[in-house]
Every structure is written in C-alpha cells, then in structure tokens.
Write a protein that binds this ligand. Structure first.
Ligand SMILES: [Zn+2]
Length: 282
C-alpha cells in the first residue's frame, strides 16, 4: 500500500499474519492478569498483522519497525502460528531497496516482532546488522527496559535482535520525551506498552502528518482509551498517552498507521466526543 506525503513516498509493508489468544485483548484495568490465564486451554484465535513503514524521499530511505526478520524463530512460529518466512525483507527487495541503502531504522520499541529484522545471520554465521549503513533510533528507556526484562525471562525481548547493534555502535539512544530525528520526522515517548515505547510522526504542517502509533493503538480493537493488551506494562501510562496522541491525531487530521491491524491498516481518527474515537479506514 503506497501513498505520497508531500515529497515523500510511503509504503506500508505487510510482514505477514500471526495469531494471538483472545484474552490478550483486554481492558487496561484488567491489565496483565489476563495473561495469567492458562495458555494451553485457549487456542490462539485472533489473527493480527504487522505493518512496517518504508519512507523514501528528501534523499533518505527510512524504515519504521522492520518486523520479525529472517533469523530462526521456531518457538514463536509455533506459539503464535506465525506465517513464515516473514515478508518485509523480501518486499524491500521487490520495491528496489537494497539493504545498504537504508539510512535510518526507527524502532518504536524492542519487542521481537517489531525489531527482529534489525539483525540477521551473516555469511560467517555471526549475527550482524541487517542494514549495514543505517543508524538505529531507539529510546534509552527502552534499551534499559529490555535489558531488565531479559533478566526476568520476559519473552517479548530477544537480545540477539538489538545487542549486536549496540556492540557495533549503530544505535542512537533518544533520552528526551520528544525529539526531531529529521525536520520532518519526530519521535514521541509514550511508555505504557513497554518502558521506552515511542510513536513516530512524519510530515510537516505543509504536507500534513502520518502517525505511526505502533502498540499504542495496535488495531482498531484498542481505540477505546481504556483498552489495551495483556502485554502492556503500565496500563495507566498507556491510557494517558493514548488520550494525548489520539487527540492530536484527530485534531490535526493525521493519517494513522495501525501496526497489528490485518485490515484497516491506514485511516483517520474521528473524535466523536472526548475520549470517543472512530476509525475511518482509507
Ligand atoms: Zn506489537
């Protein structure tokens, strides 16, 4: 799915489907308790997608959340009935994007389904950055949070996805809540889903904006300010950030990208009443 934003050409790239257990989708006041339900009693049933964003223009090639990638993920393929192989890396080839051409990879957070594609197995069997010339942008709080989570066996993070980038000095850590990476691309800390989760806003006042919400609003099922996923770390923070960024998106007419929506991946938020939004897909 391709569209233009001023001088920029954007492609929403589908990484393929996987399945989540229905109890993953929760009201935030149930929070993580939902994940304590016996995993084996429920067959995964909700099909979710994964939508990466490729941005080309103004002399830059940029990827936002490149997806799961091509390192072996046997356990995840089984647990989440994940389509395999994943599709973003082959799609880039088809779109004429060489890995060396990618200048920036913006990561909303470091969960494996969002950032696994940042590293790959090199010719000698070693794990290396997939996009050798790229800088990788991530919140410092997210890297710190991921390293803490790894210690507690949180299976949302796999260190092979990001530590090799850190070792190769390819990561630029963002410490501010809000930062301009380029004059027409900014990142905004939200927390909530994970310690350093951030959303990405592309465009200018002249061109209008695209908001990559990532797991702040993963699908249209999370449009309510009080809804979330059992994976969300800090439900109150999540609701607060949803309130803030949904209002901004609706009032400024941003085009919203919903990362895990299998359909309705792109659209506008319409504010019906305070904290009450509809999604109008395009
Ligand atoms: Zn996600």
């Amino acid at each position: 799915m391709r569209f233009d934003l001023g001088p920029l050409r954007l492609d929403v790239i589908d990484d393929g489907l996987f399945e989540l257990r229905p109890e993953t989708f929760v009201k935030v006041n149930q929070g993580r308790h939902a994940s304590l339900l016996d995993k084996t009693r429920f067959r995964p049933r909700i099909k979710v997608g994964f939508n990466s964003l490729l941005i080309r223009g103004e002399g830059k090639t940029i990827l936002i959340d490149p997806g799961t990638g091509d390192k072996e993920r046997t356990a995840q393929v089984r647990e989440y009935k994940m389509e395999w192989p994943r599709k973003v890396l082959p799609a880039l080839r088809e779109l004429g994007v060489q890995r060396e051409q990618v200048d920036l990879v913006i990561l909303t957070h470091l969960h494996w389904d969002h950032c696994g594609a940042c590293t790959t197995i090199g010719a000698g069997g070693q794990i290396e950055p997939t996009f050798p010339r790229a800088r990788y942008i991530v919140q410092k709080r997210e890297l710190d949070g991921a390293r803490r989570a790894i210690q507690t066996d949180d299976d949302g993070y796999l260190s092979d996805d990001y530590e090799p980038l850190f070792d190769a000095r390819k990561i630029d850590l963002i410490e501010a809540d809000d930062a301009h990476v380029l004059p027409w691309l900014s990142v905004h800390w939200t927390g909530g889903h994970s310690a350093g989760h951030q959303v990405v806003r592309i465009g200018t006042g002249a061109t209008g904006h695209v908001m990559y919400f990532s797991d702040l609003i993963p699908t249209t099922a999370q449009l309510q300010v009080g809804s979330g996923m059992s994976y969300d770390e800090t439900p109150n923070e999540l609701s607060e950030s949803k309130r803030k960024f949904m209002r901004l998106c609706a009032r400024e007419g941003d085009l919203a990208v919903l990362v895990h929506a299998p359909r309705n991946r792109l659209g506008h938020l319409i504010e019906m009443a305070p904290d009450d939004y509809r999604f109008k897909a395009i």
